[in-house]
Design a protein around this ligand. Structure first.
Ligand code: ADE
Length: 224
């Protein structure tokens, strides 16, 4: 898979891909992440990528020309399955969406900044608009990193033990059950006996019950 991220703040998109699982996925050649500085595609001498709103109003708007130049260059080099715009008024990201996108070959992610992009970008270039939750970030970069992480860890071969993604919260509409490690007792706080029993069927049954209980308490909407 190849992910091209278009941003005015490329420095915000370096460290997420330089550690742990995402770094390893890139090193293994399972994903390529390319970050493009939108300023490199500016058409004026001041390298501006934003301008005042028509009709007045506070806040700058990202201009269409540099975005068109960057997206068109990428599209001339390969086909893309989706051109995604990160925005708080997009469709809220779910595990199901991440699962589906992990099967795609090439995607572009455009990070919004300032007040957002000229509406014509959304009308003519964007195929999918995604929000990572009902709150407003300073820009789409951290949201793009969240989206990329949620997708990349699901690409086959990225997680060393593939079942560990299958047992994640949300993967089957249930939250994960509690987990424990050594010591078996700490300050008198004990790990549930069943987990130390070595009886796999009982352990599975306990985990399933706990997952349901936890989901009922925290997120009953997931069981509807
Ligand atoms: N840009 C700003 N806030 C955002 C959000 N919640 N999701 C996606 N992109 C954003």
């Amino acid at each position: 898979m190849r992910i091209d991220i278009i941003t005015v703040l490329p420095e915000l998109l370096r460290s997420p891909f330089e550690a742990s699982i995402l770094k390893r996925a890139i090193e293994k050649g399972l994903v390529e992440v390319h970050v493009h500085n939108l300023r490199d595609y500016s058409t004026n001498k001041h390298k501006n990528v934003d301008d005042y709103q028509f009709g007045g109003g506070a806040g700058m708007v990202m201009m269409i020309e540099p975005i068109d130049a960057c997206i068109s260059k990428l599209k001339s080099e390969r086909d893309y399955d989706e051109v995604i715009y990160m925005t708080p008024d997009g469709e809220t990201l779910t595990q199901g969406m991440a699962n589906r996108m992990s099967l795609l070959k090439n995607i572009i992610i455009l990070c919004g900044h300032y007040k957002g992009v000229d509406q014509r970008v959304r009308d003519h270039f964007i195929t999918k608009e995604i929000s990572i939750g009902d709150y407003v970030l300073s820009g789409g970069e951290l949201a793009a990193a969240v989206l990329s992480d949620s997708i990349i860890r699901l690409i086959p071969g990225v997680l060393s033990n593939e079942t560990s993604a299958l047992t994640d919260s949300f993967q089957d509409n249930l939250l994960s059950p509690p987990i424990y490690t050594r010591p078996a007792e700490y300050k008198g706080w004990k790990v549930p006996d069943v987990l130390l029993s070595g009886h796999n069927a009982n352990i599975e049954k306990w985990r399933e019950e706990k997952a349901y209980e936890h989901t009922r308490n925290r997120r009953p909407d997931l069981l509807e």
